[in-house]
Ligand binder design. Structure first.
Ligand code: PFF
Length: 446
């Protein structure tokens, strides 16, 4: 006989798990370099507006679809629109979970290996920081082994179940993450000269904004909130029918945004105080920050804390990516959770191997990009925006905005979705995503 579907043990368990999914490499590694290369405060303001106008409505929509159906990403669409092709939106999400985790785990592996590089002294004051990083990611074995370790932990947690695996892990990891982050912010803000970094995040210079940075802000919003791929549908499906949707969604969005901003306060004051370039790009966390740590008092300790923080954040997101795929096989095909976690975990690991190698160990290009960059491009420019667009159209026009809103409002919390929700989900969200997608693709291939 099939075991009954699990439910979160409490409201806090859901919020921690969903915030754990949202808070990840996207908030620390990606957010900091995107802010750094897009001029700082002005970009942050645009990003916050997009979070409110697109991110929050999408968040409550996905959670509502999950709680309503108690189904995985594909099953939820099947339940609400049987015998129609809408389940393909969920399938796009399952594919995205697979694609994202295969390279996400590689980056998470870099982060874990940097804990040991910092302890081992290979990132001391006279190190060639860029050389160490490039040497690491282009080598054949080390990044693949760390990727394997990270995937093994991820699949172990998912195999242990929603309550015993995910719920238990986030209850320990999320508080640890907040404590580490606060320590790093305090260290950074108390360095002499930190003020210039604070100004960089708080004083907007709108002349720095370009159309490209607005597109970047939308992409960042989807990725950081784990939206557009059925992840929040899946996590929402383990909610009790009595749990509220609008308040819980607001908590997740607020925690994710708070962590991104705090990560900014941990990183930029230190970068400025010690005279480094905030616009260093994707290498900011792995090249610039180790250099920053090496030149500050207590640097080894703070360096280790930073990479532990980054690895924890990555882990609580990685489990949610794997859960999207596993929940589908468990719900729809009656696979046992252990079997699904093991098989899918190993397959994702295998796809991650050529992704890691394509960074330099071998030459493996698709559509003119290394396979690693291709996977990132696929999720950022196609899978997440398309999934988000179609989910908004589904909720707004097929299930209908009125029904989605009334359903989300059934358990009254502090926030009640009003007519504004209908306007956002029916028109503003899908049109904004469509525009961004089209411009992004034209820009990429022109
Ligand atoms: N939100 C995660 C981050 O910011 O790192 C990444 C992510 C997790 C994206 C889960 C999508 C997802 F479904």
């Amino acid at each position: 006989m099939k075991a009954p579907r699990e439910l979160w043990t409490s409201r806090v368990a859901f919020i921690l798990a969903a915030a754990g999914s949202a808070v990840g490499l996207g908030n620390i590694w990606r957010f900091s370099y995107v802010v750094g290369t897009n001029g700082g405060a002005a970009f942050i303001i645009v990003y916050l507006i997009i979070i409110a106008v697109i991110g929050y409505p999408m968040m409550v929509t996905e959670i509502a679809l999950g709680r309503k159906t108690h189904k995985n990403a594909i099953g939820a669409f099947k339940a609400l629109a049987p015998n129609t092709p809408w389940w393909l939106v969920g399938a796009l999400g399952v594919l995205a979970g697979f694609v994202i985790l295969s390279f996400y785990s590689v980056v998470a592996g870099w982060s874990v290996s940097y804990i040991f590089k910092t302890i081992g002294g290979s990132l001391g004051a006279d190190a060639d920081f860029a050389g160490v990083f490039v040497g690491h990611i282009t080598s054949a074995w080390a990044p693949v082994i760390w990727h394997a370790v990270f995937m093994a932990i991820t699949l172990g947690i998912i195999a242990a179940g929603v309550v015993g695996g995910i719920g238990r892990a986030v209850r320990i990891l999320m508080p640890a993450l907040f404590v580490l982050l606060i320590i790093l912010v305090l260290r950074s803000l108390t360095l002499p000269g930190a003020g210039a970094g604070v100004a960089f995040i708080l004083q907007p210079d709108f002349s720095e904004l370009t159309a490209q940075s607005i597109l970047g802000a939308v992409g960042q919003a989807f990725f950081t909130l784990s939206l557009g791929m059925g992840c929040m549908i899946t996590y929402g499906s383990y909610l009790n029918d009595k749990d509220d949707v609008p308040d819980n969604g607001a908590w997740v969005v607020a925690l994710d945004t708070g962590v991104a901003l705090l990560a900014g306060f941990a990183i930029f004051p230190a970068v400025f105080a010690l005279g480094f370039d905030p616009a260093a790009g994707a290498g900011l966390a792995f090249i610039t920050l180790p250099a920053v740590f090496a030149s500050m008092p207590g640097g080894v300790l703070f360096g280790v804390l930073f990479f532990v923080l980054l690895s924890i954040a990555a882990l609580t997101s990685a489990i949610s990516l794997l859960e999207v795929v596993v929940a589908w096989l468990v719900d729809e095909y009656d696979w046992s959770r252990k079997k699904a976690s093991l098989i899918i975990g190993v397959l994702i690991f295998l796809v991650g191997v050529p992704a890691s190698l394509s960074n330099g160990a071998i030459s493996f290009n698709i559509a003119g990009m290394p396979f690693f960059d291709f996977l990132d491009f696929l999720q950022e420019s196609i899978l997440l925006p398309l999934g988000g667009l179609l989910t908004a159209v589904f909720a707004g026009h097929v299930w209908t905005a009125k029904k989605t809103r009334e359903y989300a409002n059934t358990e009254r919390g502090k926030i009640v979705l009003g007519g504004w929700y209908d306007v956002l989900i029916k028109y503003i969200v899908p049109i904004a995503i469509a525009v961004v997608m089209i411009f992004g693709l034209i820009d990429k291939f022109s």
